[in-house]
Design a protein around this ligand. Structure first.
Ligand code: PLP
Length: 277
């Protein structure tokens, strides 16, 4: 649909999700990288780069875990006001541990933001239920594109989701998840402190994963392979980064494992780290 509207490139965060970039490439869009720092995407670089659209993860940047700072939000809003289109991937917004979730950019700028989210990190990725709230001028074209893509999603899981939302069960589930995830996150941070000397933890305030980086000069793909050989699946940070050189790192999910399993897994990662160092 972006292509139909003359948009051939959409800027993405760097580091940023490899999977998302592959999807955009599949839709024949160029994906110029824009660096992310401690406050989120560098809007000055985005402006200088000149792409007409950008895809961002403001609530919890993937993979760094940075939350887009207030000043950057305003800068990004001004960029969009001047004609830019924002695709807001709100993929982790509900999982915020230190304070209430940040409001979506869409709520501030409905005419310039296409908001996307899903139940993948609330209920299960296998449900394949998501939503988009596009800027009004794009709505009809998107409904039509969706129709021609797949004739629509299964109705039954959507009815179940509507029931969970209306009955308050979803809200209760989210409260339970927040407590459970915070415990698992803390277990992972403790285990990293004990078992991964020199690892720096990033992005702990929200989300379902941590990013860790290391100073040592080894390839994070080697570390991930050594961990996998011990039964621990991680993602090397370099998969999600295009800027070189960069520090080696890993993306570690903690939501789906108990605190005991997390401690065991990080201990195995410690073994793997010794071999690659
Ligand atoms: C940053 C980010 N956005 C979007 C997605 C897409 O997830 P889904 O299609 O399951 O909602 C993922 C998947 O892991 C992701 O990491």
């Amino acid at each position: 649909m972006l292509g139909d509207n003359g948009i051939r490139e959409i800027a993405v965060e760097d580091p940023g999700s490899l999977g998302v970039r592959q999807h955009l490439r599949h839709a024949r869009l160029d994906t110029p990288p824009v660096p992310v720092d401690a406050d989120g995407i560098r809007v000055d670089v985005l402006r200088a780069q000149g792409a007409p659209a950008v895809l961002v993860t403001p609530a919890h940047q993937f993979p760094t875990g940075v939350v887009l700072g207030g000043h950057r939000r305003r800068e990004l809003t001004r960029w969009a006001d001047a004609g830019g289109l924002i695709v807001e991937d709100d993929y982790d917004a509900e999982h915020r541990y230190d304070r209430p979730p940040v409001p979506a950019l869409r709520s501030m700028l409905p005419e310039r933001v296409a908001y996307v989210g899903s139940v993948s990190k609330l209920l299960a990725p296998a449900l394949r239920i998501g939503w988009m709230i596009p800027p009004p001028p794009y709505r009809d074209a998107i409904v039509e594109a969706k129709r021609y893509a797949d004739l629509g999603n299964a109705a039954l899981p959507q009815l179940v989701l509507a029931h969970l939302m209306e009955s308050g069960a979803m809200e209760r589930q989210l409260r339970l998840l927040r407590t459970r995830h915070r415990r698992r996150r803390d277990a992972m941070i403790d285990a990293i402190g004990a078992r991964l000397p020199g690892a720096v933890v990033h992005g702990a305030a929200a989300g379902l994963h941590l990013m860790v980086t290391f100073d040592a000069g080894f390839a994070d793909t080697d570390l991930a392979a050594a961990a996998l050989a011990r039964g621990v699946k991680t993602q090397p940070l370099s998969w999600h980064s295009r800027a070189r050189p960069q520090r080696p790192g890993l993306v570690l999910g903690y939501a789906a494992r108990t605190a005991t399993e997390i401690a065991e897994g990080v201990a195995l990662l410690g073994d793997a780290l010794r071999t690659v160092r």
